[in-house]
Design a protein around this ligand. Structure first.
Ligand SMILES: CC(C)(COP(=O)(O)OP(=O)(O)OC[C@H]1O[C@@H](n2cnc3c(N)ncnc32)[C@H](O)[C@@H]1OP(=O)(O)O)[C@@H](O)C(=O)NCCC(=O)NCCS
Length: 251
C-alpha cells in the first residue's frame, strides 16, 4: 500500500483508479484495520465470505486513496451519506473540493475523483444476457434500436455499455435507481464517449451532460458521468506506472 500524497485533479480532469478486490492474506488484514466500526459492522453482515472480502478491500483501498489526496491517514477519512446513500468526504482540503464515486463488479473496483463537481462511475462485467434480459432498462426508442441489433455479441456489448452509462448518470445525481433507468436515454448507435438524448425526458437538460467511456475492455464495460461538458478522464493506474523510475519492479 502506497501512502505518497496525490495532486488533486484539475477542474477539467477526473482521476480514475481501478484495482483488484481479490487480494490475499496480510494485505486484506491491513485493509480491515483501516475500516471504521460502521464499515466493519456492514462487512460482517454479508452472507458470503467472498462478498465480505471484496467489500473490505473496496472500502479499504477507497480510504487509502482518499487519504492520499486529503493528506490524512486512511483511518482519519470520514464519510457521510446523501439521502439515497451516496458517500462523500466530510473532511475537505482548504483549496479544492474532493468529489468521488466508487463502483465494483465481481473482483474489480473503479473509483472516480473530481474537483468540485459531482460524478458517477459504473463498471459492469459483460455476461450473457439473452435469458432474463432486463428490458425495463430501455426507453421505447432505445428498445427499438436494441432489438434491431445483429448477433448476440453485439447485443451483449451494447446492453452493458448502455447500462453502465445510465447507472453512472444516476450515481452522479446521487439518486441511483430511485429514478428509473430510462431517466437517461441514449442513442445506442453511438459508442464510446457521448451525450444523452434526454435526461428526465428533457433534451435541453441532456446537452449539459457528458458521459465518458472507460477504455474498451471485452469483459468489462465502464462509464463516468457528470453534468458538465469540458472534462476528461486521467487513468491513474497508468499515470502511476508512467511516474515510476525506469527499472522499477513491483514487489
Ligand atoms: C447506487 C446504486 C445504483 C449502486 O448499485 P451497485 O449495484 O451497488 O453498483 P456499484 O458497484 O456501481 O456502486 C456501489 C457504490 O456506489 C456508491 N453509492 C451508494 N449509493 C449511491 C448513490 N445513491 N449514488 C451514488 N453512489 C452511490 C457506494 O460507494 C457503493 O459502494 P460501497 O457501498 O462499497 O461503498 C444502488 O445501490 C441504488 O440504486 N441505490 C439508491 C437507492 C437505494 O437503495 N437507496 C437506499 C439507501 S439509503
Amino acid at each position: 500500500m502506497s501512502s505518497s500524497l496525490l495532486t488533486p485533479p484539475s477542474e477539467q480532469n477526473v482521476h480514475v483508479w481501478q484495482w483488484d478486490l481479490d487480494v490475499r492474506g496480510s494485505e486484506f488484514n491491513q485493509y480491515w484495520e483501516i475500516l471504521s466500526t460502521q464499515e466493519r459492522e456492514r462487512a460482517d453482515k454479508f452472507r458470503f465470505e467472498r462478498h465480505r472480502h471484496r467489500y473490505v478491500v473496496g472500502r479499504g483501498e477507497l480510504r487509502q486513496i482518499l487519504g492520499r489526496y486529503l493528506a490524512l491517514a486512511p483511518q482519519a477519512v470520514t464519510l457521510d451519506y446523501g439521502p439515497e446513500g451516496k458517500p462523500f468526504c466530510t473532511i475537505q482540503p482548504s483549496d479544492w473540493k474532493l468529489c468521488f464515486n466508487l463502483s465494483h463488479t465481481e473482483n474489480r473496483a473503479a473509483l472516480a475523483i473530481s474537483n468540485d463537481f459531482e460524478i458517477g462511475i459504473d463498471i459492469e462485467q459483460v455476461r450473457p444476457i439473452e435469458e432474463n434480459l432486463p428490458t425495463h432498462v430501455f426507453s421505447t426508442r432505445e428498445r427499438a434500436q436494441f432489438d434491431a441489433l445483429p448477433g448476440t455479441e453485439e447485443r451483449q456489448k451494447v446492453f452493458f455499455e448502455t447500462w453502465a452509462r445510465k447507472e453512472a448518470g444516476l450515481k452522479a445525481l446521487g439518486t441511483g435507481f430511485i429514478l428509473p433507468p430510462d431517466h437517461f436515454e441514449f442513442d445506442l448507435s453511438v459508442h464510446g464517449d457521448t451525450t444523452p438524448r434526454f435526461v428526465g425526458g428533457d433534451a435541453q437538460e441532456a446537452t449539459h451532460w457528458r458521459i465518458r467511456a472507460l477504455p474498451a475492455n471485452p469483459v468489462c464495460a465502464g462509464a463516468v458521468a457528470a453534468r458538465r461538458k469540458d472534462w476528461s478522464i486521467v487513468e491513474m493506474n497508468q499515470e502511476a506506472l508512467r511516474q515510476r523510475p525506469v527499472g522499477y519492479r513491483p514487489a
